[in-house]
Design a binder for this molecule. Structure first.
Ligand SMILES: [Zn+2]
Ligand SMILES: [Zn+2]
Length: 146
């Protein structure tokens, strides 16, 4: 892996673009517009705006080939998904992370292979005795703050 980058925050619209870029690895604004215009109702200008933002965020990079700009992913799908999940967990109390993961498991549609993988991770997990609340006082009501 390359050197650690700061986590990139990607909006819902930008995710739609990233999924195409991750799938195709090299693509153009025109191709992305063809793929997403019907389901998203996006025009070429929308796609170009989103591509511009993603280049600025260094989530993708671009090179000119003749008259066209070719776009490539600069970050992997798995690391971006993981950093989005970490970002979600950074918004909740450290003491509620376990409960949130349990809720996610309960809501998810899973195959036996998925369940086996999750169980294998759980079996290896070293539990801690207690978790300290990491919230700003007033942002949660666990009563650890006074
Ligand atoms: Zn807390
Ligand atoms: Zn608390």
């Amino acid at each position: 892996m390359e050197a650690l980058k700061k986590p990139i925050k990607i909006s819902d619209s930008e995710w739609e673009i990233m999924r195409v870029v991750w799938t195709l690895q090299n693509t153009t604004a025109q191709e992305i517009t063809q793929i997403l215009s019907e389901s998203m109702g996006w025009k070429s200008a929308t796609v170009k705006t989103l591509l511009g933002r993603l280049v600025k965020k260094e989530a993708i990079w671009t090179e000119q080939e003749g008259k066209k700009f070719i776009y490539h992913p600069a970050v992997s799908e798995s690391e971006t998904v993981q950093s989005a999940a970490e970002n979600l967990f950074s918004h909740i109390c450290a003491k509620k992370v376990g409960e949130t993961i349990a809720d996610l498991v309960s809501e998810a549609t899973l195959t036996q292979a998925d369940i086996d993988q999750i169980l294998a991770e759980l079996k290896q997990k070293e539990p801690v005795a207690t978790i300290q609340c990491n919230c700003i006082p007033g942002q949660c009501n666990c009563h650890q703050h006074d």
